[in-house]
Design a protein around this ligand. Structure first.
Ligand code: GLN
Ligand code: ZN
Length: 783
């Protein structure tokens, strides 16, 4: 039998001295990139061969130490370890299990940087593993590939190392592991067994490794272990739920003597999942997201296992707003009423990985707006303040300051714009759609554009050089004149235009040299947005994004892109695509206000982008791409919420271009596949041409058309993966396009890379695009 749950520190003496009850606070996970993106720079320098593995490890060790120390200093009791990663926590789990696909030629032993980063990023001879979005966030994980022959072995001791590392620093932690069932549910079947194999059938095979890890952790002195099982919030059918029962029952004896926390997040649990998980004997604590999971309290009312711990995620890990401490405290108190005093542990709704790191580094933010915000470092303090308040040791001053900040946000004049509110109110319930069918429009456009079959294009950005970043930075800091800035950017556009002409690309782009980021650029020009200097959030690997903060009603004071697009068009006779970010993507990639429904904010954004589309058209731009890279990612995790999201998201997109002429060609671009389930919504967006991620997920996308979905608009499934430095050969691209031609007609097919080229180098882009154009030309002669 298990000993009663004890927190990592023995608090018995503490308890007898003070009249307060045991204090227990918990953090699900913490950003690993560093307050100034230290990890990013260390990784990139290592990848570039500019620094050694030891140097990279040193930066990583320092980051981990400072994070643990920071949480310990605040007073957090359950501090996570193993939430650090050199690339991604799912890939770390793949390494832990030794589930390296054979093509990476790993010869056993502890997995090293070479094998690890080859899986993540590919190497000279093998492309990277597939990457996909982590639930509905903008974080990406490396998808495990598992077949019936996989031989698991304990090949990365990272979890144990990190636990010991923290312990050596005097910090007791909870090691965090991606749970075995979620790991399998997030895996895909290996090549060759796509249709016939279910990775979940490997439950029995991976548990021995988990048991080994757990036993080593126990030996090292761990008293708790946390299994992240976020798939619990999905609509899982009963055999999938059964896998949880199987896994945690099977591990029960190995787990005995340990406290086990199963953490869920991003939504509440469906009733069946809740019942399944709370009935498992091996589990002592259950973590729930109380921010997105609005029905969690009702579930707990329906029954909670006596004597067990409820880790109450009341502090939002997905946003940057200060917590409503008074409201959270009352939620926590009602939970205590349900599960018993001392059984509620205050926590974050999910890992803080998905929010910005530390507000303290924001020296440029307006003080009023800053008082409304709370980043990861501040959220840790909020968790602690709530914990103290819950046991009767409330910090009145802290709570009063919090109420004042919330009141100021509520009444601030800068939040509300009556005109915008009115304009969006009239949009609801009405439809917006171009008057002519897409087939008729494409015909009208072709008369004007006169493009070859299999037209070639790119997605928008060209490599972002150090010099470009420097020029933008200096211009922003008023260190160089407007004239000097404009000239530099013009020169860059000219270079990119000339390059595309030399490569003989059909539809050109200006390369986006004036943009730091496809969302931030627009946010800076719209009202209702605020910006951070260091509010970075990890997106994939070393890549971070800095989401703007939408705090008020959105409008467009003046044109945002017309100046640059017109200049670019004047440099060439070929069509130049105008390049905009769509409303849904701006919404999904920003920190969005939580004081009105998301669709309200989205409609406001749609009206602003509509103004821009119409100004571009007036300026003579005949092709306008409105990127909706993040439309799929905003899809709610639970099926019963999806239809409504898709409805307002697609409507928002159509609002932006419902007013253009038939001859104006509207493109949209989307990153990442898994579009199959929303293909009808994508068609319903009614764009003339869609460019779409395809190459990294083995043309999963195409199966939907093979299955008979009718598609008559233009479509460019990406012909090579831009996330990898690898240059695809002409033959390889020909083969890919040929596969696509088996499914989609040559009259609708476009040829383009998967996504923008900004993260690549010219030394990779030039040969890749040259091979791409050669492939298209070769195929034109055959059709
Ligand atoms: N137009 C953008 C670019 O090329 C699109 C990027 C994206 O979809 N993430 O950079
Ligand atoms: Zn993209």
């Amino acid at each position: 039998a298990r000993t009663p749950c004890t927190p990592p520190y023995s608090l018995t003496s503490f308890r007898s001295t003070f009249r307060f009850r045991t204090m227990a606070s918990h953090i699900v996970g913490y950003p690993r990139i560093g307050p100034k993106r230290e990890l990013k720079f260390a990784l990139e320098s290592f990848w570039d061969g500019k620094s050694s593995a030891e140097e990279l490890e040193r930066v990583a060790t320092d980051l981990r130490a400072s994070i643990w120390k920071q949480m310990a200093d605040v007073g957090i009791k359950y501090i996570p370890s193993n939430t650090f990663s050199y690339y991604d926590q799912v890939l770390d789990t793949t390494a832990m299990l030794g589930a390296v696909p054979p093509r990476y030629s790993w010869n056993g032993g502890e997995i090293d940087f070479d094998v690890y980063f080859s899986m993540a990023r590919g190497n000279a001879s093998v492309p990277a593993m597939e990457m996909t979005k982590w639930f509905d966030t903008n974080y990406h994980f490396i998808v495990p590939e598992l077949g019936p022959d996989v031989k698991f072995s304990y090949a990365s001791h990272k979890a144990v190392h990190e636990y010991k590392e923290a312990k050596a620093l005097g910090v007791e932690t909870i090691p965090v592991l991606v749970g075995p069932v979620s790991y399998l549910l997030l895996s895909k079947p290996a090549k060759g067994v796509e249709k016939s194999f279910s990775p979940l059938s490997l439950v029995k095979e991976i548990l021995p490794i988990y048991k080994e890890v757990v036993s080593e952790l126990k030996q090292a002195g761990a008293t708790w272990v946390q299994f992240d099982e976020p798939t619990l919030v999905m609509d899982l059918d009963s055999d999938k739920l059964e896998a949880f029962t199987q896994a945690y029952s099977e591990m029960e004896s190995s787990l005995s003597g340990l406290n086990v926390l199963v953490e869920s997040y991003f939504a509440d649990l469906p009733v069946e999942a809740y019942k399944t998980i709370t009935s498992l004997k091996a589990i002592t604590g259950f973590g729930f997201d109380l921010v997105r999971g609005s029905k969690t309290i009702d579930l707990v009312k329906g029954g909670f296992p006596p004597g067990k711990y409820l880790f109450a995620g009341v502090v939002d890990g997905r946003n940057i707003w200060a917590n409503d401490l008074t409201a959270s405290l009352s939620t926590l108190q009602s939970l205590e009423g349900l599960v018993g005093k001392g059984n509620v542990i205050v926590s974050t709704s999910c890992s803080l990985l998905h929010t910005a790191v530390d507000k303290a580094s924001e020296t440029g933010l307006d003080e009023e707006i800053k008082s409304w915000l709370s980043f990861a470092a501040q959220k840790v303090v909020e968790v602690n303040a709530l914990t103290k308040a819950l046991i009767g040791n409330k910090d009145e001053a802290f709570f009063t300051a919090n109420s004042a900040a919330l009141a100021s946000r509520k009444s601030s004049k800068r939040v509300t714009d009556e005109a915008v509110q009115k304009a969006t109110a009239t949009l609801k319930g009405s439809d917006h759609r171009r008057g002519t069918s897409v087939t008729a429009r494409l015909e009208a456009q072709q008369k004007k554009l006169n493009l070859p079959i299999l037209p070639t294009t790119t997605i928008g950005s060209f490599p972002q050089t150090m010099e470009l970043r420097k020029v933008r930075r200096e211009y922003k800091a008023n260190k160089i004149s407007e004239e000097a800035y404009v000239n530099t950017i013009k020169d860059e556009i000219n270079k990119v235009v000339k390059l595309q002409e030399e490569l003989d690309i059909d539809v050109l782009v200006h390369g986006e040299p004036e943009r730091n980021d496809m969302v931030e650029y627009f946010g800076e020009k719209l009202s209702g947005f605020a910006f951070t200097i260091n509010g970075w959030v990890q997106s994939y690997g070393s890549r971070c994004v800095k989401p703007p903060i939408i705090y008020g009603d959105v409008s467009r004071p003046k044109a945002m892109t017309v100046f640059w697009s017109s200049i670019a068009q004047s440099m060439t006779k070929r069509p130049m695509k105008g390049m905009l970010t769509g409303p849904v993507t701006i919404l999904n990639w920003s920190f969005v206000r939580d004081d009105q429904p998301r669709f309200e904010t989205c409609y406001q954004l749609a009206l602003a982008i509509k103004n821009e589309v119409e100004d571009l058209e007036k300026a003579g731009i005949n092709i306008i791409q409105i990127d909706e890279a993040a439309l799929r990612e905003g899809l709610p995790l639970r099926k019963d919420e999806q239809a409504s999201y898709l409805d307002w998201a697609v409507h928002s997109f159509r609002i932006t271009n419902a007013g253009v002429k038939d001859t104006t060609q509207i493109h949209t671009h989307m990153c990442y596949s898994n579009f199959n389930e929303i293909i009808h919504s994508i068609i319903n967006m009614d764009a003339d041409v869609i460019t779409i991620e395809n190459s990294r997920s083995d043309q999963k996308l195409l199966s939907v058309f093979r299955d008979g979905v009718k598609y008559s608009a233009g479509i460019g499934p990406g012909v090579y993966d831009i996330h990898s430095p690898r240059v695809p050969s002409k033959e390889e691209i020909v083969e890919r396009i040929n596969k696509t031609l088996g499914v989609l007609g040559s009259n609708v097919l476009w040829v383009n890379p998967d996504c923008g080229l900004k993260t690549r180098k010219y030394s990779e882009v030039n040969p890749a695009l040259s091979n791409m154009v050669a492939a298209a030309k070769h195929l034109r002669t055959q059709l």
